[in-house]
Design a protein. Structure first.
Length: 178
């Protein structure tokens, strides 16, 4: 939960907001590089409220719309936010790739089947690369996009390029796994 905690505290550090507004900020500004589900936002907000990192700023209803609870970050929450942010930057946790487990056991399936999996993975990676390249170019043309967002897309692009290169190597080495 620490990543969602960091995101929610960071977003609420901008201004008090209700959950639906937070959802839109995450979708609109972080959707390409986070995987935070709408339902988890409310669960996390209630946990943050229990920990006294956020508090209810106001509750209300407009017309026939559902009731909205607006949250704001507390001083305790602001301290937790900076602690989490600093921990994220100073930790050197190695990234593990679940696909490596599949590669370890690839000899368990027929070679032709394995080849199909790798080819399909290459195809999907190429599609993701094309999307990231296009998205990056679109972002470069929009001066309102912050430099951090462009750097994040570039980070994803570099990882995807490395993944594509690695998959090609695995495909070439497939005979060695049998």
């Amino acid at each position: 939960m620490s990543h969602i905690k960091l995101v929610l505290l960071g977003v609420l550090g901008m201004k008090p907001m209700h959950g639906y507004e937070i959802k839109h900020i995450i979708e609109d500004h972080m959707g390409d590089w986070t995987d935070i589900k709408f339902g988890s936002i409310y669960f996390a907000l209630s946990k943050l409220e229990e920990e006294q990192f956020v508090e209810i700023a106001e509750e209300g209803r407009e017309g026939n719309r559902p009731s909205r609870t607006v949250y704001r970050i507390t001083e305790k929450g602001r301290k937790a936010y900076f602690k989490l942010l600093r921990q994220l930057w100073t930790s050197n946790q190695r990234t593990l790739y679940p696909l490596d487990i599949g590669l370890f056991f690839i000899g368990s399936v027929p070679k032709q089947e394995a080849a199909c999996y790798i080819e399909e993975r290459i195809k999907k990676t190429d599609e993701s690369l094309a999307y990231l390249l296009l998205h990056g170019k679109q972002m470069e043309m929009d001066p309102q996009i912050p430099a951090q967002a462009r750097a994040i897309v570039n980070h994803s692009l570099r990882h995807m390029e490395a993944e594509r290169s690695w998959l090609a190597e695995v495909f070439e080495l497939l005979d060695n796994f049998y």
